[in-house]
Design a protein around this ligand. Structure first.
Ligand SMILES: Cc1cc2nc3c(=O)[nH]c(=O)nc-3n(C[C@H](O)[C@H](O)[C@H](O)COP(=O)(O)O)c2cc1C
Length: 201
């Protein structure tokens, strides 16, 4: 299996360092208990007024074969080039209005993202990896799953055990093994004032 541990400049929690977005997956299924565990991690994300606007359409390749095929059919051609190796496909959907008063929730997408970040980090603790994708047809997903108005399909996700890069076509294999890079802390941290770029340590 490809080692993609983040070359972090400061020590970070093990699941955060271990998480990455593979395109090669082993064929073996994700145990149901592990799938429940990653959804449980999503469940415990923070959200605006604890509204928990996240929803996930989850399809296991064998157990929800029809749903799996539907999600796959919504993916962009690029993502279809590798995502079919994953044993689980997911679509993340945000409820756009607060449950308690029906007002628009400006943070619904933010909260779905937080839940999905939890899901991905928990997956990494189990040796699984999730790969989030913007490259899917949200209108097609809405139609395929009869997602009602007021719910926004925002992300597709693969989940499974990462496989060898060598199983991928050459161009994808190169991306799978390319060095992982991030902007430095000082480039996105503004200490006390906008534009006052800096790292606290
Ligand atoms: C919202 C979102 C959308 C993404 N869309 C795609 C996508 O459509 N196809 C793809 O191959 N990767 C996609 N990615 C994966 C990113 O390219 C990846 O997270 C980034 O390159 C950092 O790599 P890492 O996750 O391995 O650290 C997406 C990630 C996020 C969070």
């Amino acid at each position: 299996m490809t080692d993609r541990t983040a070359p972090a400049a400061h020590p970070i929690a093990a699941p955060l360092a271990a998480r990455w977005s593979p395109r090669s997956y082993e064929e073996r299924a994700v145990p149901d208990a592990a799938l429940a565990q990653v959804l449980e991690a999503a469940r415990w994300a923070a959200s605006c007024v604890n509204d928990q606007p996240w929803n996930y359409i989850v399809a296991r390749k064998e157990k929800e074969a029809e749903g799996y095929a539907k999600i796959f059919s919504c993916l962009s051609a690029n993502n279809q080039g590798w995502a079919g190796r994953a044993p689980v496909l997911i679509i993340g959907v945000a409820r756009q209005n607060f449950a308690h008063n029906g007002n628009p929730n400006r943070h619904a997408a933010y909260d779905l993202g937080q839940a999905t970040a939890n899901l991905a980090a928990e997956a990494a603790t189990l040796g699984l990896q999730a790969h989030q994708m913007a490259g899917f047809d949200a209108a097609k997903a809405r139609e395929a799953f009869a997602i009602p108005a007021g719910f926004d399909p925002l992300v597709a996700i693969t989940l499974g055990y990462p496989g060898p890069a060598s199983a991928l076509p050459e161009a994808l294999a190169a991306r799978e093994t390319a060095p992982r890079a991030r902007r430095p802390i000082a480039e996105f941290t503004h200490l006390g004032a906008w534009g006052a770029a800096g790292s606290p340590a």
